[in-house]
Design a protein around this ligand. Sequence first.
Ligand code: GLN
Length: 537
Amino acid sequence: MSHLSETKYIFVTGGVVSSLGKGIISASIGQLLQARGYKITIQKFDPYINIDPGTLNPYEHGECYVTVDGMETDLDLGHYERFTGIKTTCNNSITTGRIYQAVIDQERHGDYLGRTIQVVPHITDEIKRRIRANAESEHFDFVISEIGGTIGDIESAPFMEAIRQLRWELGRNAINIHLTYVPYLRAAGEFKTKPTQHSVKELQSMGIQPDILILRTEYHLEQGILNKVASFCNVEPACVVQSEDLPSIYEVPVNMQRQGLDSSILTKFGVVAGSEHQADMQSWNHFLQLQKMATEEVRIGLVGKYDLQDAYKSIRESLHLAAIYNGRKAKLQFINSELITPENVAEKLAGLAGIVVCPGFGQRGIEGKITAINYTRTHNIPTFGICLGMQMMVIEFARYVLGYQDADSMEMNPSTAHSVIDIMEEQKQITDKGGTMRLGAYDCELLEDSRVRAIYGSAHISERHRHRYEFNNKYLAEYEQNGMKCVGHNPRSGLVEIVEIPEHRWFIGTQFHPEYVSTVLNPHPLFVDFIKNAMEG
Ligand code: GLN
């Protein structure tokens, strides 16, 4: 499907402040180029030393996103997938830690033949190799590399040097897009471009001239301001665009297209866009239209322990997308499971059309999750348990239906006599030797005539995992006799992947994370069906 004889490289950097939404801009650029028929990939470079964000606290870093091949990555990869529909792998997420690890491993292996190992050229060469490796493995028209952090950070300096060198080596096949911030000073009644000018100067001092500037702003900027920035920063006026706050992040690609960003990118690369390459935004615009029309709300409770927008990012987005395709606007209400008690649960869940019981690790907040599940199970309220949420559904059922009052997960209570969630022997066949977690995509077979089979419209599915513990098959027959069914299992190991109470309006728990694969143009069928049922209440 590729069109260009040589791969083009786009480096996206950020200046002034962090949290400007570089991930969304990178994803939008990817989406626009893809809509012109180009084959693209997006990768994220994170300047921290952790090997991956898997061990980072969600308070520090938001959700941990998992790729098909089981890499624990940054949540920006979720934006990449939701915007472009492309499945990411370990090549799409690289940290400073991984770069150094590769270089140090080679040093220990004797590959450097006694030479002194230095940031330049060894670390920078490894960064360059990772940027180019993607294009070499598969022929991409465009490789978009997003550099985490903000210009001037000590941590990101080697990445900047690597980009500088690559631009030199690649000539017209590489450009830099720099995202900055233009604040509005209310007291002065003015927008201020000085931070942008400084940020560009800093970039120039590293030998990088931005080709395109994207100005983040809270309010609309007049053309005069864009022209001023253009002339102060040596950038063509047509290559300065603004990204103002919009009601939805999914409007960003269209807003960029309106300002000709995709055409400017192609022009910079010397690619003349033929009419066959005009961005086909029909499906995307159809989605935006649905989003605009979806004004009636559906209230969904998120039962979890992190009261932070980014902690359950993919779940939130999956619910929003699913609601839009049902003609509704999802109103998500976070409920801190640590504060749920049998006395207040009715009040806490009042007015909710359904609840999602969130994933998680560790003891904190799990009793509240079980209490919430007990309430929604006995009150026939749609309930969707994801990973730890599914495990809590299983424990609740054991305690209140099977009568095992001490039922628990081995993760929470290793001395329980009824470990309905446990480490399974079967699991050892399918997880890597070194890894203790089941990570990445695994096949799942769905039971004939089950609700999930109808929802997916298929008997074989593959979904992504990130967990250590499993449903304990020793108890399976007892669960099934009492009304909770295993409706999805791993064909190789027999591990339980989906449980359901068919008698209930909608009570489904998945050991995997369906939220990672919900995209703007293909919302996940489980989320769509969950919202549909919740609306019928
Ligand atoms: N803590 C649970 C396990 O390790 C669930 C993990 C999760 O929810 N991602 O199995």
